[in-house]
Design a protein around this ligand. Sequence first.
Ligand SMILES: [Zn+2]
Length: 373
Amino acid sequence: MTAPARQTLPAARAAGPALLQTASAGGSTGGEFRTVFGRNLIGELRNFVHRPYLVVTMEDLWPLFEHHFDSHLAGVHFVRTLDLDELTAAAERLPAIGSIVGIGGGQAIDVAKFFTWSRRVPLFQVPTAMTTNAPFGHRPLVRTGGKALAIGYAVPEAVYVDFDVIRGAPALLNRSGVCDVLCYHTAHFDWKLAHDSGKEERQWPYDERLVAEARQRFDSVFANLDAIRDGTDEGIRTLMLAHRWGGAAFHNAGWNARHMDGVDHCFLYSLEHVTGKHFIHGQAVGLGLYVGSELQENQPGMILDALHRTGVDIRPEAMGVTWEEAETAMRRLAWYVRYADLWYTIADARPVTDDIVDRIRERLYGTYGPWSP
Ligand SMILES: [Zn+2]
C-alpha cells in the first residue's frame, strides 16, 4: 500500500510470490508468515508470549481486549503517530520487554513491526480487520516528511487470525480488502504494457511466473466474493491467505510489486494529491481499479460487478469526496504519475478523455445508483 515509485519504495503493502517455490492451490508457503486461524486466540496469548510483553494497539480497541492480559503486561503503546522520528524516540523509551503483541488494523501492526525491529524481541501479530496485507509483510510503513517510508524488517512468530475478532470489524474495512488483490488484474496489464512498450524497469523484467502466481490469488478471491462479503469463516480464510501471499510477495520477488500494483494505486495517490485526504486504502484503490480497467479496456464490467457484489462502495461520495474531485484526479492522472515519478502504466499510454470520464460516471452510478446522503 505504498507508492509504486521507481526511485523510492514500491508498494510496501503489496507483495510478490516466491521465486523458487511453486505455489499449490492452497498457497505457497515460501517466505510467507506462519498464520493461525481460530477462535479465542487473543485470550491464549498471555500464556505463551515472552514475558514481560508489550501490547501495541489503538486506544479505541484496547477496552475490547484489555481483559485478556495479565500482570505480565509491561505496558500498552497506543499508536498516535507513524512519524519515523517520534517512533524512534518511543522505541528508546520502551520498558524492558520480552516480546511484542500487535493488535489492530494497519497502523498498530506497522508500529509493532517497527518496535520489534528496534528492540529485537519476538513479535506476535493479531490483525483485527482484513483491510490490507500489512500483517503479512516484512517492512513497516511509517512516515517521514509527509512521505511513506518502508523501513525495517520483522518476521512474526505467528499471525493470529481470529474469526470472531475479524467479524467484529466494520464491514467496509473487511470487504475493501479484496481490492488489494483484485488490483492484480490491472497491475498485470500495466506490467505487460510496459514490457511491450520497452518501458519496463530494468530490475523488474516482465515475469510470467510471478503473474501466474498472483493470478492464482486473484482467482481464489474472485471465486469467494460472496463469502468474503458475508464474513464467513471460509471468506475470511480465503482473503487472509491471499493477503498472506501478497504481504510476503514484495520481499519474495526481490522488492518488486509490479505483479500487484499498477494504475489502480496510481489513481489512489492522484486522488490523495488532489484532495489532501486519506482514504480507506482498498476503497480508493477499488475506484482506481475500475478507472484503470476502463482505460485499459480490460473487462471493466467484470471488475465493476465484482466490487458491487462484494459490497465495496467505490462512489466518490462514499469515501468522503465529490464526483468532481474524483474526476479531477482522473484528468490529472497522466500529469501526476510523471510528477510523482511512478512506474509506467496505462496512465502514461492513454489520456483520460471526456468520453472515458462520461462512461465511468454513467456506469458507476448506473451500477450503485445515484448518491443519496
Ligand atoms: Zn495496496
